[in-house]
Design a protein around this ligand. Structure first.
Ligand code: CTP
Length: 217
């Protein structure tokens, strides 16, 4: 099954939400899974746009890369890159961002032992793509969960109106964010369920894209 001629839009990596000029809120996403998906899709002949959060991974061959830092920038870049045949949201987008960025470095104050940061919700890029007037034919999400993996993943599949969701358990050795290997369970709307791996992220990307290509045929 080939992806030749298909436009595939992938988000990858963490987002960094600035607090002041020297500090930010980030997360442990390495970007490896999203980059592997972009690489695999390009190898299969797709026209791939990769919106990447702050990671220092090399750009896969034949992939158009757009670098962003924050959830707001990732949101703008993804929306600007539509339309696409397939959207795969592999990025670990921050759910909250500071209400305002301090213009100068926040200093400690004598006698004050606490600091309160006010955070606001970021746009849910995946959910917005799934109801966009130019919705890709297939919208695929990821769910990184520490527990109740199937229940939470299926909940996100329904709530965000996705076609497929790839769930992985984080917080165990040899799986998840920083690892080269991973294991996924892919769930679909129609009750579909398929376990992939444990395998390298490249192998998993190939397997996931196979499931996707079948649905586009
Ligand atoms: N996602 C997104 N925009 C956000 C938050 C999440 O596009 N602001 C996408 C991710 O790229 C991923 C999916 O939503 O494909 C699931 O992300 P996750 O953080 O696991 O789920 P949340 O909806 O944030 O739910 P919760 O934090 O409650 O687990």
């Amino acid at each position: 099954m080939s992806l030749r001629g298909r436009r595939v839009l992938v988000s990858a990596g963490p987002t960094f939400e600035d607090i002041d000029p020297v500090r930010f809120i980030g997360n442990r996403s390495s970007g490896k899974m999203g980059f592997a998906i972009a690489e695999s899709a390009a190898r299969q002949g797709a026209d791939v746009v990769l919106v990447a959060g702050p990671v220092s991974l090399p750009t896969p061959a034949g992939v158009s890369r757009i670098d962003v830092r924050s959830a707001a920038q990732m949101h703008a870049a993804v929306m600007a890159a539509l339309p696409a045949d397939i959207y795969i949201g592999a990025a670990a987008v921050a759910d909250f961002t500071p209400l305002s960025v301090a213009p100068g470095k926040i200093k400690k104050q004598a006698g004050v032992d606490t600091l309160t940061l006010e955070l606001v919700r970021t746009p849910d890029i995946l959910a917005e793509v799934a109801v966009h007037p130019r919705r890709p034919r297939l919208v695929v999400g990821f769910a990184a969960e520490t527990d109740h993996v199937e229940q939470y993943a299926r909940g996100k599949l329904e709530k965000k109106k996705l076609d497929l969701i790839a769930a992985n358990r984080v917080g165990i050795v040899g799986s998840g964010f920083e690892s080269d290997d991973n294991a996924l369970v892919v769930y679909g709307r129609d009750g579909f369920e398929r376990a992939l791996g444990p395998a390298s992220k490249i192998e998993l990307a190939d397997n996931l894209l196979e499931l996707i290509a079948v649905r586009l045929a």
